[in-house]
Design a protein around this ligand. Sequence first.
Ligand code: NAP
Length: 474
Amino acid sequence: MFINAEWIEKDEKIRVVNPANGELVQEINKGTKEDAIAAIKSAKGAFYTWSRTTALERSQILEKIAQRILERKDELANIITTEMGKPLVNAIYEVESSSAYFKWFAEEARRIYGEQIPSNATNKRMMTIKQPIGVIAAITPWNFPLQMLSRKLSPALAAGCTCLIRPSSQSPISAIELVKIFEECGVPKGVINLVCGSAEEITDVWLESPDVKKISFTGSTEVGIELMKKAANTVKKVSMELGGHAPFIVFEDADLELAVEGAINIKFNSSGQQCVCANRMYVQESIYDEFIQKYVEKVKDLPVGDGRDLKCRVGPLINQSAITKMNEQVQDAVSKGAVILCGGKRAEIEPLKNGYFYEPTVLADVNDSMLITSEETFGPVAPIMKFVTEEEVLKQANDTEFGLASYFYTNDLSRAYRVFENLEYGIVGINDVAPFAVQAPFGGWKTSGLGVEGAHGIDEYLEVKLGSFLLKMN
Ligand code: NAP
C-alpha cells in the first residue's frame, strides 16, 4: 500500500493466487479503515499544489509514465497473466493500451479549454473555465488489472485531480507496479494513494467522505448500483463502467470467414472474461449451418492452458465460482433444448490440476428462455441462435437491461446504417470486433454504465465554472 508517498507494511496479508495452477503469487499488505482515512487526508493535502501545476508539467509526467510502461511491457504482461490468467498475447495488448491512455491524456491535459460566451448586454462578458474536481477514488475489477486503472488515472492526473486507488484483491499486483512507475516518473507526494483490503470497508470510507468528490468504478452492475446509492449521500459525481451482454449478429450477406474469425476473437479473447465479449450470437437462418460448422472447427482447435505458454489462446477462469457459473449456464441451456457442439465441461489440463480451466464451448439452438441469454457469461461459452428477419433480430438484440458493446456482420451498406442506428448500445462494431481506441469514447447505455472513458473522458474529472463580468464602459 502506498499512502502519502510511503510504502506501508501490515501484519495482515492478502494471498494472490495464480488461477492457472493455484500457486501463491505474492502476499499483499491488507489495509484497514484507518488506512482508507489516511489516504483521503494525503490526497486532500496534495490537491492544492497538484491542481495548480501547469498542464505542461502534468503532461510531461504522463508522457514519462507512458514510456516507462512500454519499457516494462514484458514484465508487466507477465504479472497480469500470473495474477489473473489471461493469455500473454492479451496481456501484452493490455499493457500497450495502458501506455496509450497515458500518452493520449498527456496530450489532452494541454487541451482543457473553456469557452467565451456571447452575453446579452454590451457591458457584460461571459466565459467558462474547467477545473479539476478534487480527490477522486478509482475502484477497479480483476479482469483488466492494469488497463482499467490506466483508463481512470490518466485523465484524472491530466485534469489535476489527486487519487485514491483500490484494486481488486484478486489481482492487485499490477496496480502496485503502476504506482511504482508513478513514483519513478515524478508524480508528487500524496497525489496517488493505493489501499488494498476489504472491498466494502475501504470504499465505504471513501463513499461517505465529503472530501472525496468523485468515484470512478468499473465492475459488475450489481456492485455499481450499490456504490451509486452510497455516493448519493454526499452527491458525488460518479462514472460507472458496468456489465455487458453483447449481441453478435451475422446476416446472410456477410463475409462468412470474417464473421467466424471475429466470433472467435470476441468470444475467446481473455478466456471470455471481458465486459465486451460476445454473449449472444445470432446467425441468419440461411447460413446458420455453414457458420456453425466453420465456427466449431476453429473452436475445437483453440489451445487451452497456462496463459504464460505462448501457444495458449484460452487461459484459466479466475476462480471456482466462475467454473460453477459456466456449468450452471450450460446445464440450464441443455435442459431447455440447447445442443452442445463442443466443450461443455471443466477442462483437465496436465499438469495444472489446480487450475480453473473450462473447455471452449459452443451451444446451438439456444433460445431466449435460457439463463445464458440474459445473465453475463464471463467465460468461454458461445451460445448460438437462429433468426429470420432483421426486424426480429434487432428486437432480440435490444431485449436486455445491458447496453455496452454489440457487433454485426453485413456487406449491405443500407443495412449497416439501419442496424447501427437501431442497436441500443454505447459501442457498435460493424464487421469489426475491435471498435476500441484511446481516442474513441468507451461507455455503456442502460445498466451498463454512466459516463465515458477514453475520448471526452477527461470531462468526467473536471468541473465547469461560469464567470460573468459586468464591466464599466467608457
Ligand atoms: P465486481 O465484483 O463488481 O468487483 C469490481 C470491484 O469492486 C473489485 O475491486 C471488487 O473488489 C469491488 N467490490 C466488490 N464488491 C464490492 C462492494 N460491495 N463494495 C465495494 N466494492 C466492491 O466485478 P468483477 O467480478 O471484479 O469484474 C467483472 C465485472 O466487471 C463484469 O460484470 C464486467 O462486465 C465488468 N467490467 C466492466 C467493464 C467496462 O468497461 N464496462 C470493464 C471490465 C469489467 P474484490 O474483487 O476485491 O472483491
